[in-house]
Design a protein around this ligand. Structure first.
Ligand code: GLC
Length: 415
């Protein structure tokens, strides 16, 4: 057996904290939402019981309004900032107050297909449906079909150049002292800047003052972006949720989900910009397109069946971004001003983003590019280990090591 597969499984064991998996030791000592969904997809390949546990433990953090938070603080730890005392939320288990990309139902369907265990899938299906309803009410109250983020962390791409303009409007003042812990685990050059952190915490202060009521937050939010990556993930997850509803004979649910999906499909297609050969998000505060060239513009591949013309244009543009890179796919277009090869979401390649892009390319019959990206990801991990992300130019593994979602992605992509 491939020794890297054993190593990937060993990382998931090491990062287990009792039925849930931390992204990596120290740097991220709690349960993170989309990390766990990816981890569950990895487990689904060889241990469906453990995969269910991962999702069940995440749902322990689900709020009464349906939101599944981006972090569930199952046990205290002092190696991470901001902790529960900064979030000031009121769930029975401490959680953050914002969410993360809804990969959950994508994982749930894969898991259900692997296990066929309806009894165990059903409560998780209900949780996912409640969360999708929350997205369409709390994050798209005007019914546009595109869901909005109120904090960059909700994108999962914390310091992406996509947020530069919108975040610059957010004041750097905070009520809460910013005591970063991340830079004592990882080189500061690879992490978001201090000024970004001030703004991230300013937003937390504003929403805590709204007592985490979503309607108040929507009104007060100084950062509001209708985002294409999140909407694409929500739509793909919605397709998977609909398949489960259908299988379970829940026809009213299925009809409700189809209506969500159709709305998002139309809205996403309207975000196509031929001049860039990609899709763009919209800054709801300024009303402007977000033109910063980031990987998010290609994520709609995951959820749309593009016409041959559009798919050709997307693939040609993705090829231009990949040319000369040791490890595709760069999260920012190489060599534009905002591109930084080692700084987190401003250039580096991430295995889980590649995983989503590979699924999207496969869906759109672009098997060659999907295979090239798969090989590039697998080789990067086999050469550098299970790093958080990779410098696309040199291929160097960066950020935290022994990373859970990199291990899960490897299990799926190497298979
Ligand atoms: C960072 C990433 C985010 C991830 C988390 C835990 O905040 O930007 O996407 O979920 O780390 O790995």
């Amino acid at each position: 057996m491939n020794m890297h597969i054993n190593e990937a499984k060993r990382i998931l064991v090491t990062n287990d904290r009792g039925g849930y998996t931390v992204p990596t030791d120290r740097l991220y000592p709690f349960q993170w939402n989309w990390d766990s969904a990816f981890v569950a997809m990895g487990f689904a390949l060889y241990d469906t019981d453990r995969a269910y546990r991962e999702l069940e433990r995440l749902v322990e953090g689900q709020w009464a309004d349906g939101m599944i938070p981006h972090i569930v603080f199952h046990q205290p730890s002092d190696s991470y900032f901001p902790g529960p005392n900064v979030w000031r939320t009121r769930h029975s288990i401490p959680t953050s107050g914002i969410t993360q990309p809804p990969v959950f139902a994508i994982a749930l369907r894969k898991l259900h297909e692997a296990s066929g265990d309806r009894t165990r899938t059903l409560p998780l299906y209900e949780a996912a449906l409640k969360w999708h309803r929350w997205w369409y009410s709390a994050r798209d109250p005007e019914g546009t079909g595109l869901v909005a983020l109120l904090h960059p962390w909700e994108s999962g791409s914390d310091n992406s150049p996509a947020w530069d303009v919108a975040l610059a409007r957010v004041p750097t003042t905070t009520d809460t002292p910013v005591v970063r812990k991340d830079t004592s685990h990882v080189n500061a050059d690879m992490r978001p800047r201090n000024e970004d952190y001030q703004r991230f915490i300013h937003l937390v202060d504003v929403y805590a003052a709204c007592e985490w009521n979503w309607a108040k937050q929507w009104e007060k939010a100084p950062f509001k972006v209708a985002e294409v990556q999140t909407t694409a993930i929500l739509l793909k997850a919605g397709e998977d949720l609909r398949a489960l509803a259908q299988e379970f004979g829940l026809l009213d649910d299925a009809a409700e989900i189809v209506a969500f999906n159709e709305k998002s499909r139309r809205a996403l297609l309207a975000q196509w910009r031929p001049a860039f050969s990609r899709f763009v998000s919209r800054d709801l505060v300024s009303g402007q397109d977000i033109e910063a060239p980031t990987h998010a513009g290609f994520l709609p591949l995951l959820a749309l069946d593009l016409s041959a013309d559009l798919a050709d244009a997307v693939v040609a543009e993705m090829q231009r971004w990949s040319d000369g890179m040791k490890v595709a796919f760069p999260t920012t277009k190489p060599y534009v001003d905002s591109f930084e090869a080692k700084r987190y979401w401003r250039g580096p390649s991430w295995a889980i983003i590649n995983w989503l892009l590979i699924e999207g390319l496969t869906r759109n019959s672009r098997a060659d590019m999907a295979e090239a990206l798969r090989l590039s990801t697998v080789r990067a991990i086999e050469t550098e280990g299970f790093a958080e992300y990779f410098d696309p130019i040199t291929g160097e593994g960066c950020g935290g090591l022994g990373f859970s979602w990199t291990a899960a992605a490897y299990l799926s992509l190497a298979a």
